[in-house]
Design a protein around this ligand. Structure first.
Ligand SMILES: [Ca+2]
Ligand SMILES: [Ca+2]
Ligand SMILES: [Ca+2]
Length: 180
């Protein structure tokens, strides 16, 4: 009996040793599960029309609402997106202009990265007073902390003001950003 008891204790001790060795191996040698990256997706849009924009001036688009911004990277006061981490980002900016004159006005949507012009797209009104959407998009490397903005520019043929159109949905004027 004494021997059997000793054997049982020895077996239990061996099992405990194996289990604790396994725990040490698991906690110290297994690769750490990487922490989830910060949320980067954001989309801001213009809720109500912005009228009386003077021509041949750069207008930082004044965003008023967000569809989503879980990482709080878009600042509606500064109208800018700040990259939370370095990486390649897909950026899509759309501006809807109103009040154009057929085949004459030139409307531009400008992607501003780090306060420099990164890309420009432009279009002309195809009929009088039609709203016209201009979209600029690109994949851009952003270092962490770099600012992205959407800028409007236009040259009206009658040298008059024009309007950026807003909507209660994001389909008129918006800026969408997503880490690739
Ligand atoms: Ca704003
Ligand atoms: Ca925000
Ligand atoms: Ca003009």
């Amino acid at each position: 009996m004494g021997n059997n008891k000793g054997t049982v204790i020895a077996v239990i001790a061996l099992i405990l040793a194996i289990v604790s060795a396994g725990l040490v191996f698991y906690t110290t040698l297994m690769p750490k599960v990487s922490e989830s990256p910060p949320a980067t997706n954001a989309r801001a849009y213009v809720l109500a029309d912005i009228s009386n924009l003077d021509e041949v001036s750069m207008h930082r688009v004044d965003f008023s609402s967000e569809s989503y911004d879980p990482g709080n990277n878009f600042d509606l006061t500064e109208d800018s997106y700040r990259a939370p981490i370095s990486g390649y980002y897909l950026i899509i900016g759309s501006i809807a202009f109103g009040g154009g004159i057929q085949d004459q006005d030139t409307f531009s949507a400008i992607l501003s990265v780090n306060n420099s012009i990164a890309k420009v797209e432009y279009a002309h009104a195809s009929i009088d007073d039609e709203w016209i959407s201009v979209t600029v998009s690109d994949v851009v490397w952003l270092d962490a902390g770099i600012l992205v903005r959407l800028v409007a520019f236009f040259d009206s043929s009658d040298n008059s003001d024009r309007t950026i159109l807003g909507s209660s949905l994001a389909y008129h004027t918006s800026l969408t950003i997503s880490l690739q």
